[in-house]
Design a protein around this ligand. Structure first.
Ligand SMILES: Nc1ncnc2c1ncn2[C@@H]1O[C@H](COP(=O)(O)OP(=O)(O)OP(=O)(O)O)[C@@H](O)[C@H]1O
Length: 364
């Protein structure tokens, strides 16, 4: 599949101040992507630049080979064939659902508009509500109508800015999956902005993680979790903690939990100080293990309980135990590490000898 949208080193901001720097990404036709990141990192700013509400001060934005914007020129929003769904639905309160849906259709006959309307109402499964006014619809129904309205002019690209954030958690999840199915059915290419990871994971083929206006990684949900490219992504996506250690050889990290061997080769020298990312599913409950840790916090989550465990040196790790193992704060539990995808980042300090990090306590 070819790239539909290309952002090439764009920079943009407000009042001469750059908010987004050197951002490049390429979106394949038919893909749904999410921009994910903490509040204020620039997600909406990127969306506004693509929609045409903000002109980039550097770089180029192209859609299907056509230049949408650069520092020198900018195509008007209505000429871009880019649809937009907003957080607050933005339906016209004085128009009923059918009139909302056809509002943006200027060149079609009444008959053609009626056909498009029927088709879209069927797509979002609200066939019987065409006569209702926005205030007579639930939040989820309003957002489905807002989606249908954005699809009516057949945009090449759909942008959605936190489309589910006004809805309660249960409805958000359900609607995220439903909207994904609708977009896939129509082969719509879309970008959604969210700061909710589970929503991004449920919706997206590809996720861009932003921090302070910089794209940290543009990847599949699987790779973001298992192969985070930066410390920020490792911290921001999923759960887990860093445990200090140093490189024993090119495959093995020595930590206070013993020597942990991963499935890859590191290019750093022996004794390089590193931090190893341990996800809760890398730390396995094992009563027969001689590695012990103290339970210092626990969060029950149905099928599993997330324990925060303190090691003899005071370092803390997390582990998800099946929830029928019920331990109390202060209990000591056996653990072992099972980490195939060993995620390691170099720690910026002097190389160390073998007696650091309380390793004496865990070496046999
Ligand atoms: N119209 C504006 N004028 C000046 N600064 C702005 C304007 N809009 C946004 N900003 C600033 O630009 C930065 C990025 O804002 P943006 O809305 O893109 O963040 P975001 O990642 O979408 O955040 P959130 O998740 O909170 O919506 C913030 O520091 C914000 O204060």
């Amino acid at each position: 599949m070819s790239a539909l949208l290309e952002l090439d080193n764009i920079g943009c901001g407000y009042d001469g101040e750059r908010v987004v720097e050197d951002l490049s990404l390429s979106l394949t036709e038919g893909d749904i992507c999410c921009l994910l990141g903490p509040s204020g990192c620039g997600k909406t700013t990127v969306l506004r630049a693509i929609a045409g509400f903000l002109q980039p001060s550097a770089g180029r934005i192209e859609l299907a080979g056509q230049l949408l914007a650069s520092a020198e020129q900018s195509l008007a929003p209505e000429q871009r064939r880019v649809g937009m769904v907003f957080q607050d639905y933005a339906l016209f309160p004085h128009l009923n659902v059918r009139d909302n849906l056809t509002f943006g259709l200027k060149n079609q006959s009444a008959r053609e508009k009626a056909r498009i309307c029927d088709e879209l109402l069927q797509l979002v499964k609200l066939e019987d509500l065409g006569h209702r006014y926005p205030h007579e619809l639930s939040g989820g129904q309003q957002q489905r109508i807002a989606l249908a309205r954005a699809l009516a002019p057949e945009p090449k690209l759909l942008l959605m800015d936190e489309p589910f954030s006004s809805l309660d958690v249960e409805l958000r999840r359900a609607l995220a999956l439903e909207v994904r199915a609708i977009l896939k059915e129509r082969g719509i290419t879309a970008i959604m902005v969210t700061h909710d990871q589970s929503e991004a994971f449920a919706m997206a083929d590809r996720i861009g993680v932003l921090n302070a206006g910089q794209l940290q990684q543009w990847d599949t949900p699987f790779n973001l979790y298992h192969e985070p490219a930066t410390r920020f992504v490792a911290n921001f996506v999923g759960q887990g903690v860093f445990l200090a250690g140093y490189l024993l050889d090119r495959h093995t990290v020595r930590t206070e939990l013993g020597d942990i061997e991963g499935n890859r080769c590191y290019e750093w020298l022996e004794n390089t100080p590193v931090d190893i990312l341990l996800r809760p599913d890398d730390v396995i409950h094992d009563d027969s293990s001689d590695k012990r840790a103290e339970v210092v916090a626990k969060v029950f989550a149905g099928t599993a309980t997330l324990y925060t465990l303190q090691l003899p040196t005071g370092s803390r790790i997390q582990s998800a135990f099946p929830s029928h193992h019920d331990y109390a704060i202060g209990d000591h539990v056996g653990i072992r590490i099972e980490a195939d995808h060993l995620i390691v980042f170099r720690r910026e300090e002097q190389a160390v000898g073998g007696s650091h990090y309380g390793l004496e306590t865990t070496e046999s």
